[in-house]
Ligand binder design. Structure first.
Ligand SMILES: [Zn+2]
Length: 342
C-alpha cells in the first residue's frame, strides 16, 4: 500500500508517467537528478544497467511499477496488476518507517548508482518542488571488503564469518582490523591484517599495563581523536591518535598520568576498544592446552622454590621464558602473563 500510494503521488505531481502497463520515473522532470552520484547523465547511462525500452521517454527513466511475468508475484494497483520496481521499495519503507528526511543512509559503494540515485530522486520528487527536498542528510557508502582480488560476498562463497574468526583471533583485534581502513576505501582481509591488529592492541594494552597503578581521570575523549572521527569518520586517523595517547601516557609524570590514562581510555572506548583487563589481553592468545602447561610449570616452580631447590626453580623459569611467559611472585603466590609480542 505504501508503495502504491507513493507511486500515485509521483504520477500526480508529474514526476512519473504510465506507459504500456508500466509506471516510469521521469528523470527529465526531476530538476536535480544525478546530484547524488555526481556523474553527468550520459556517463551514467553508458556505465550502468540502464535498460532501453520503447515505452521509456528517456533511457535513464526507471520502472516504478511493472506487469508481473507469469509465475512472478502479482498485486492489484490503480496502474494495473503487477509488482514494484527495485528502487521504490526502499523509498516507501524509509518514508513509512522512519519519516523524511532521515539522518544517515548507508550502503555499499556499488549501490550509489543507479539504486541510491533513484531512491533519492523518488523521495525528493514525491514531495513536490519548492520545499525542503532533503531525503537523507548524509550518505555513507562503504568500500568492499575483499579477499585477494574479489569482493567478499555470500554469492561468491568467499565469506569469512566472525563466529569462526573469533576462534583464532581476539574479537577486539577483528574489530580493529575492520576499522583500520577508511570506510569508503576497500579493505583487503588477510591474516597479516589480523596479526597487525593484534600487535596494535598489544601496544595500547602494554601502555595500560605499565600504568596499572594509575587511577584514570574523568577527562572524556581527546579533542584531536574526536576531530578525526568527525571528519567523515576517519577511523585510521583516529586510531593513529590512540598511539599518540599511549605514548603520552608513558611519558606523562605526576598528575598528568591520570589525565593521560583517562584520555586514552575514553577515546579508545568510544570505538569499542580497551574495555578489557590488560593482563587478560596478554593471556588471550593462549590456547587451553598451553595454558594448562604453563599453569603446571608455574606450580612446579613454586614447589621447587618452597623446597629451596633453586636449580630446579631456575630451570623451570627458563622453560617458561622460552614460552614467552613472565612469572610474577607475590605474597599471595605466583601469577603469570605473556610478554608483549614483538
Ligand atoms: Zn535500497
Amino acid at each position: 500500500d505504501a508503495i502504491i500510494a507513493l507511486i500515485g503521488r509521483l504520477v500526480g505531481n508529474g514526476s512519473a508517467y504510465a506507459a504500456e502497463g508500466h509506471v516510469l520515473f521521469d528523470t527529465q522532470a526531476c530538476e536535480d537528478y544525478g546530484v547524488l552520484s555526481g556523474h553527468p547523465m550520459d556517463e551514467m547511462i553508458a556505465g550502468a544497467r540502464v535498460e532501453v525500452a520503447p515505452y521509456k521517454r528517456h533511457p535513464a527513466d526507471f520502472v516504478l511499477w511493472k506487469p508481473s511475468k507469469p509465475g512472478e508475484p502479482v498485486w492489484q494497483s490503480p496502474f494495473g496488476p503487477g509488482r514494484p520496481g527495485w528502487h521504490i521499495e526502499c523509498t516507501a519503507m524509509i518514508e513509512q518507517s522512519l519519516g523524511l528526511p532521515i539522518d544517515i543512509h548507508g550502503g555499499g559503494i556499488d549501490l550509489l548508482f543507479p539504486h541510491h540515485e533513484n531512491e533519492r530522486a523518488q523521495g525528493a520528487c514525491a514531495h513536490g518542488h519548492g520545499r525542503d527536498r532533503t531525503y537523507a542528510r548524509y550518505w555513507m557508502h562503504n568500500g568492499f571488503l575483499t579477499f585477494g582480488e574479489e569482493k567478499m560476498a555470500k554469492s561468491l562463497g568467499n565469506v569469512a564469518l566472525v563466529k569462526d574468526l573469533v576462534k583464532v583471533a581476539p574479537g577486539e583485534a577483528l574489530r580493529w582490523a575492520l576499522l583500520v581502513g577508511h570506510y569508503r576505501a576497500p579493505l583487503e582481509w588477510t591474516g597479516e591484517l589480523i596479526a597487525q591488529s593484534v600487535k596494535a592492541l598489544d601496544r595500547l594494552y602494554g601502555a595500560l599495563r605499565r600504568a596499572a597503578g594509575v587511577e584514570a581521570a574523568d577527562t572524556g575523549p581527546d579533542p584531536a581523536f574526536l576531530a578525526a572521527l568527525e571528519d567523515d569518520l576517519n577511523t585510521p586517523a583516529a586510531m593513529a591518535e590512540l598511539f599518540g595517547l599511549a605514548t603520552a601516557l608513558e611519558t606523562a609524570t605526576g598528575p598528568g598520568r591520570a589525565e593521560a590514562k583517562g584520555r586514552l581510555l575514553a577515546s579508545a572506548r568510544l570505538m569499542g576498544f580497551l574495555f578489557g583487563d590488560p593482563e587478560a589481553w596478554f593471556q588471550g592468545g593462549v590456547d587451553e592446552a598451553l595454558k594448562a602447561r604453563i599453569d603446571d610449570l608455574v606450580a612446579r616452580r613454586s614447589q621447587a622454590r618452597a623446597a629451596k631447590d633453586w636449580a630446579a626453580a631456575d630451570k623451570i623459569r627458563d622453560e617458561l621464558a622460552a614460552l614467552n611467559v613472565e612469572v610474577m611472585d607475590s605474597a599471595s603466590g605466583a601469577t603469570w602473563r605473556l610478554k608483549e609480542r614483538t
